[in-house]
Design a binder for this molecule. Structure first.
Ligand code: SF4
Ligand code: SF4
Length: 411
């Protein structure tokens, strides 16, 4: 696609990224068919090709309107369009740039601004979010149904892994997951411990920065990335093999650190290394299959439990990890039920479920209908946002797949 970027962005890092991305798009429209918001709304401007066109116009100097912003805000950043695109268009980079430009030109209503501020500042600080979440769990019966639905049921804690091993991996704690589902990282540490790998949650690391980026705070997202790199670097220098991430939304974002800090002379090389070492736990275990199979042979499950797996968009489209979790669960003796439209988003999408509740709930209900078709005893996923969002619409237990594997190894 020909481009003629306006002076305000031409020659800047964002301008160069946008220009390269736009030029790859041949406007074929293949991506439209797999876009969840296009499927729901049937409007070209609520699909990737239409949004790319809107962003192009904006970056070429056209006026930005509330309508432009609305179509961009309705995008889930699920990246399903990237998987479909035959030209390799990295749509999410363009969407981030387009949204930031629109945000700078169009003032959102006061209530929306406050909500976005509260999400940006509240979700990204574990010390603030944790106590607030526990308070919410304590007063759960008194809360309105809309808030109650956002809380996960409390689970019995699993014991932490405490052994040391020569092999070590860093593990991202993140911002909301430690309060919402502390067992996910505990289960991961236990599984890796059985395989002779110790895990370290580095002091000083925190939110990956995805929340800030998606709420148009690009400088804040870069600051989060730098803080994490500073916290991880001494451990990486001391031989930590990888950075294990158990929330694929965070994993996909950490994989983008190289791009995010490419123009920061002090951090570009470190960010590139972090990008190379960031792994979803499924990727780590896929590399330890022989040892894992030996562990699994030591015990046989009494029954084959039926599980429906929801692969988060950030895992399948963002990190391009496809089939690994399914293989691991099957190897562990679980029976996976078929799930139609597995490429489509569940509607969680970071803060999307709060900012676009109507579309988000439609997508959730469509996803739950697909997941429940095979009458599973449990639903498994790989991202805390998807887990909480799906659980809000079903009584079938929803958990991270690593928790199921940990329980299986315990049997
Ligand atoms: S499939 Fe790719 S090249 Fe075709 S319109 Fe979509 S983004 Fe552009
Ligand atoms: S990221 Fe998802 S919602 Fe956004 S345009 Fe692409 S497919 Fe559609």
């Amino acid at each position: 696609m020909q481009t003629n970027l306006a002076d305000f962005i031409r020659g800047t890092p964002d301008g160069d990224t946008a220009d390269a991305t736009l030029r790859k798009c041949v406007h074929c429209g293949f991506c439209t068919a797999t876009c969840p918001t296009y499927q729901l709304l049937g409007d070209e401007l609520d699909g990737p090709r239409g949004r790319i066109y809107l962003i192009k116009q904006m970056l070429e100097g056209a006026a930005v309107t509330e309508k432009t912003q609305r179509h961009l805000d309705r995008c889930l950043t699920c990246r399903s369009c990237e998987t479909t695109c035959p030209s390799g268009v990295e749509y999410h980079r363009l969407a981030d740039i387009g949204r930031a430009v629109a945000a700078a030109r169009v003032a959102r209503p006061l209530g929306t601004r406050f909500l976005r501020f509260a999400l940006r500042e509240g979700l990204t600080r574990a010390w603030l979010f944790g106590p607030a979440y526990r308070l919410g769990q304590f007063f759960c019966p008194l809360l309105p149904a809309s808030l109650k639905a956002k809380l996960l049921p409390r689970k019995k804690s699993v014991a932490a892994a405490r052994r040391t091993h020569p092999r070590r991996m860093l593990m991202l704690a993140g911002c909301v997951q430690p309060a919402m589902a502390p067992n996910i990282n505990a289960a991961t540490a236990r599984v890796l411990d059985r395989l002779g790998i110790a895990t370290i949650e580095a002091e000083g690391a925190g939110c990956c920065g995805a929340v800030r980026l998606h709420l148009d705070d690009h400088a804040g997202a870069r600051a989060d990335a730098r803080r994490n790199i500073d916290a991880w670097w001494p451990h990486l220098s001391a031989g930590a093999e990888a950075i294990v991430v158990t929330a694929s939304g965070c994993g996909a974002h950490v994989r983008d650190y190289a791009h995010l800090l490419a123009h920061d002379p002090a951090y570009a090389a470190k960010a590139a290394r972090v990008t190379l070492l960031a792994r979803d736990i499924a990727e780590v275990l896929a590399g330890e299959q022989a040892a894992l199979a030996a562990l699994l042979r030591k015990s046989v499950p009494a029954t084959r439990r039926k599980v429906a797996f929801h692969s988060p968009c950030s895992l399948q489209h963002g990190m391009r990890v496809r089939g690994a979790v399914e293989s691991l669960l099957q190897a562990a003796g679980f029976e996976l039920t078929p799930v139609a439209d597995a490429h489509l988003c569940c509607g969680s999408a970071g803060t999307y479920s709060v900012l676009q509740p109507e579309l988000s709930l439609k997508l959730r209900d469509n996803k739950l209908a697909c997941l429940s078709a095979g009458a599973p005893a449990a639903v498994a996923s790989a991202n805390i946002g998807c887990i909480a969002h799906l659980q809000s619409g079903t009584s079938t237990p929803v958990s991270h797949w690593i928790e199921l594997l940990d329980q299986r190894l315990e049997s």
